[in-house]
Write a protein that binds this ligand. Structure first.
Ligand SMILES: Cc1cc2nc3c(=O)[nH]c(=O)nc-3n(C[C@H](O)[C@H](O)[C@H](O)COP(=O)(O)OP(=O)(O)OC[C@H]3O[C@@H](n4cnc5c(N)ncnc54)[C@H](O)[C@@H]3O)c2cc1C
Length: 328
């Protein structure tokens, strides 16, 4: 693909793992930066910044077509906002992306192959809507899919046999002798590449592209919203008639019984609580303890159930969702 690009820069937004522009499934934001070096070489070298689903989808596709690709990821593992976290006692939680849907035939083919490989299963948990302690059943017939045993399994699958360098935070690439010079934050050189693919969340992409060209301002113009998440394990089953709920008029926007998803341990009662964007925005500076307490209170309030002390409760770092893009 890179050698076939006619324009110097190419920008894609909101594409799914098959590269379609769609609102159907997991959104991704990726910027491809190409040097104006020779385009007729058979194998341009490619650096991908970010090992979330978008960066890994690019890397997988290019590597499968024989291009030498290196992926750099600042975290210690792959997955990005499809991360799966574990408690000290080994319980797993889908921290960010909860499930995905399929409305495009091409993506359906991809999901079919993942299902066939046992990587993805349909989540048939009962989804409800909670408001003022009332409950409505979700009447949509949309199939919801999850990766097994955790959402990051898709990213680990895509990363198989790729050259992925974790714990490596990339600094803004610079031009050097017709290539992109990629270094880490300490200034150590990581390599020189014909093509750099930046798949970091838009504001971080803006920083990585600083001083390069107008892509920096386009990326920086995308607004994103934070989402406080709480990972909770209860000592016994919570007797709510539902496995996932969209919550209205609450600090919470979404709650899910993580252990109800296929491939998870059904004997360990784990829940994910997501705060709403507005609620999070007003509490970005609050302590972990305060956020935990408030979200747990909101959980009991929304479900109308008597509070039970959790066995494990943790607020991971703030996750961010793209809420509005202004880039062309
Ligand atoms: C709370 C929450 C809930 C969500 N729920 C759903 C859902 O139910 N269904 C759904 O379809 N989608 C959901 N989403 C959206 C979905 O998770 C994301 O759209 C998707 O995972 C984004 O993938 P990505 O690869 O574009 O970005 P990311 O997953 O953010 O990957 C970017 C990667 O780049 C790395 N990186 C950044 N800067 C650097 C650097 N300088 N050097 C090296 N590495 C760097 C980051 O560490 C990260 O791993 C949710 C998102 C959030 C936050």
């Amino acid at each position: 693909m890179p050698s076939g690009l006619k324009t110097r820069y190419h920008i894609l937004q909101n594409f799914n793992v098959r590269g379609q522009r769609t609102n159907d499934c997991i959104f991704a934001w990726t910027i491809v930066v190409q040097t104006n070096g020779p385009t007729n070489r058979s194998q341009p070298t490619v650096a991908v910044v970010g090992a979330g689903i978008s960066g890994l989808s690019y890397a997988r596709t290019l590597a499968d077509h024989g291009l030498p690709v290196t992926v750099f990821e600042k975290s210690r593992g792959v997955g990005g906002r499809m991360a799966t976290r574990r408690s000290d006692n080994g319980a797993a939680f889908d921290h960010g992306a909860q499930y995905f849907t399929v409305r495009d035939e091409r993506f359906q083919n991809c999901v079919d192959s993942w299902q066939h490989a046992g990587l993805v299963q349909r989540w048939t948990g009962r989804i409800v809507s909670l408001h003022d302690q009332n409950k409505d059943q979700d009447k949509s017939s949309t199939a919801r899919f999850v990766a097994c045993p955790g959402m990051n399994a898709i990213c680990r699958h895509l990363a198989e046999n790729l050259d992925v360098r974790t714990n490596t935070r990339v600094a803004p690439p610079t031009r050097c002798q017709g290539k992109w010079l990629v270094s880490d934050e300490t200034g150590s050189e990581l390599g020189r590449y014909d093509v750099v693919i930046v798949s970091a969340p838009a504001p971080q992409a803006g920083e990585l592209l600083q001083g390069s060209h107008d892509l920096a301002s386009r990326a920086s113009s995308v607004r994103i919203a934070g989402c406080w998440a709480l990972l909770v394990q209860f000592p016994a089953r919570i007797d709510l008639d539902g496995d996932g709920a969209f919550v209205r008029d609450s600090a919470l926007s979404w709650i899910a019984r993580n252990s109800s998803k296929p491939g998870r341990n059904p004997d360990v009662e784990t829940w994910i609580l997501h705060a709403s964007a507005d609620w999070t925005q007003c509490r970005l500076e609050e302590s972990s303890e305060a956020i935990q307490e408030r979200l747990l209170d909101a959980f009991w309030d929304a479900t109308g159930m008597a509070a039970v002390p959790p066995q494990f409760c943790r607020r991971p770092p703030l996750a961010r969702c793209v809420t509005h893009g202004t880039a062309a």
